[in-house]
Unconditional design. Structure first.
Length: 555
């Protein structure tokens, strides 16, 4: 279906306006129809009416429909997400499904064979589709809640010591399934004095999800230890493990850390898809200038690219994305990581094991004898690793790695502090990226507001401190509201960046060991924007909020 043609034919947009909107949608990882509706260019019902008239396909706005969880589950969630379809009503022989592309005959036949129903397709917008997905979450959350409540009652009936009769495997599986459905990155199970709390980290923020009685908690911990191949009778020492399971036909790996605390053991399980997602640089949030600089740098065959930022700032995703772009049959790519978060085809990935002497430094040194073209070092933590990485970048290899520094310019003195000579830093360093992740405003409920004077004062103070000068309309910003389709007004995350291209001028300044502030001035003159500046611009475009930008960048 050609939405572009429909909008131009009916005078909603000119071809030039549509192309500009298409480009913006790509930059902020949004769909065209979401952007059209959020910017009030056309309403969802108006767009549906155009499609219905043009293609003679009925339109339905699923935001006005309460879908029975038993009906939506007729189509597995993975299939729903992959095909962008959702079942919303059925009769004895017919299943009504909403489809973003209702002219996809192959999908209609696939669902017909898989369910045994005759299929009645309806057109739905992407916005409507994602809103309907909440009914999958409602179903799983209710199942988990009911399971916990029933099991808590059963504990009282059968006795506290007979936990073998409890459906612990089912409860544990539901905890994992609901976390994956909610888009959580981590599951926290934390003992209190009289019970235990389950929390999920969603878009970087922790949210309470459920409470377990002490006896159910203990049984769940034992189940997780068994899955991760850990000692179930060890309660005094920290333990780390890993396991893989299937959720909605998707292989999900869990990295488990168990730590003894006052009331028991805290479990933190990180969810990792078994293979890296196919990201592209433009959807990570880079501006056009930064995108061009990064793209040029990864095409080079020698030198070093550093990505900096705290834990959880998206460094691994940026590195994996870069590796996927240079991964082809003509090059040998080797990585040394802690831990290996995603498996990538055609790339030799090694997990460090300090207990047997396999460190970043020793692994990197060994890989240099493996005829590599590109090397990725999970983190430069010490002088030895820094020295080997720099020498590898000098001797005909492209080296990618991370550092823990607050900003991009801080990577230079950090390398110098590790004992790397200024002339070696200047001759090998090609690119420095500093980054943070900000939560994206939910397009379904974000609203315009006027920035209050107190927050404006804080913002201006930070801008003055960092030397940022941007004119913006305090009455034309957006804030989080919160609705049933999002997490407190936010949905997903996007990066804000500082990107320093280490050109000949900056290389000369580094080799002469010039003042770092002077080097940063030249980087800014060459087009580098600070992370806060990038964040403010994204807030001006309605992608995130000023509060969110200040949260991740305020010093």
């Amino acid at each position: 279906m050609d939405i572009k043609e429909l909008l131009i034919e009916n005078n909603y947009l000119t071809p030039q306006q549509y192309e500009a909107l298409e480009q913006k949608a790509k930059q902020i990882s949004s769909s065209i129809d979401e952007l059209l509706i959020s910017q009030n260019i056309i309403t969802e019902d108006q767009l549906g009416a155009l499609i219905e008239k043009k293609y003679s396909i009925p339109f339905i706005n699923l935001s006005n429909v309460a879908i029975n969880p038993e009906i939506i589950k007729i189509i597995p969630e993975k299939t729903s997400l992959t095909k962008k379809i959702v079942a919303f009503e059925k009769t004895v022989s017919t299943l009504k499904i909403g489809m973003v592309n209702p002219r996809d005959i192959n999908t209609i036949e696939f669902i017909k064979k898989g369910t045994g129903y005759n299929i009645d397709p309806y057109y739905i917008t992407e916005k409507s589709f994602y809103e309907a997905l909440k009914f999958y979450k409602t179903s799983i959350k209710e199942e988990l809640k009911d399971l916990i409540e029933k099991t808590t009652k059963d504990v009282k009936n059968i006795g506290e010591n007979d936990t073998e009769a409890l459906p612990i495997i089912k409860i544990t599986d539901k905890i994992f399934e609901y976390a994956n459905t909610m888009g959580a990155s981590d599951i926290h199970i934390e003992p209190q004095e009289k019970d235990a709390i389950i929390r999920y980290r969603i878009d970087g923020i922790l949210h309470d999800q459920a409470t377990l009685s002490t006896h159910i908690y203990q049984a769940v911990i034992a189940r997780i230890k068994i899955l991760a191949n850990l000692k179930i009778d060890e309660h005094r020492l920290p333990q780390d493990g890993r396991f893989k399971t299937k959720i909605n036909d998707l292989d999900i790996s869990f990295r488990v850390s168990i730590m003894p605390v006052y009331y028991g053991e805290v479990v933190v399980a990180r969810l990792l898809e078994s293979s890296a997602k196919e990201y592209s640089l433009d959807v990570l949030g880079f501006t056009d200038r930064d995108l061009s600089v990064v793209s040029d740098s990864i095409k080079k065959t020698v030198g070093m690219i550093l990505v900096t930022g705290p834990t959880g700032s998206g460094k691994s995703t940026t590195l994996y994305t870069m590796l996927s772009l240079v991964n082809n049959p003509e090059v040998n790519i080797d990585t040394i990581e802690d831990p290996i978060e995603y498996s990538m085809t055609r790339i030799n990935q090694t997990q460090i094991a300090p207990q047997i002497g396999l460190t970043f430094a020793s692994g990197l040194r060994a890989f240099l004898r493996q005829d590599p073209d590109i090397l990725m070092v999970g983190e430069i933590r010490d002088n030895e690793t820094a020295d080997i990485a720099v020498n590898a970048a000098m001797t005909g290899h492209l080296v990618l790695s991370t550092l823990h520094t607050n900003n991009a310019i801080g990577a230079i003195p950090r390398l110098l502090d590790m004992g790397v000579e200024p002339f070696l830093v200047s001759s090998t360093l090609n690119l420095i990226i500093a980054q943070r992740l900000v939560r994206k405003l939910c397009n379904s409920c974000k609203e315009k507001y006027t920035l209050d004077k107190k927050l404006l004062a804080v913002l201006k103070s930070q801008m003055t401190k960092m030397g940022i000068s941007i004119n913006f309309d305090v009455k034309n910003l957006f804030k989080a509201k919160g609705c049933q389709y999002c997490s407190n007004g936010y949905k997903g995350r996007i990066g804000i960046y500082e990107v320093i291209e280490v050109d000949d001028i900056i290389k000369g300044m580094i080799s002469r060991n010039e003042n770092i502030n002077e080097i940063e001035k030249i980087a800014k003159k060459n087009g580098m924007t600070l992370m806060m500046e990038d964040g403010i611009k994204k807030a001006m475009n309605g992608i995130t909020s000023i509060e969110e930008v200040l949260r991740v960048t305020k010093e």
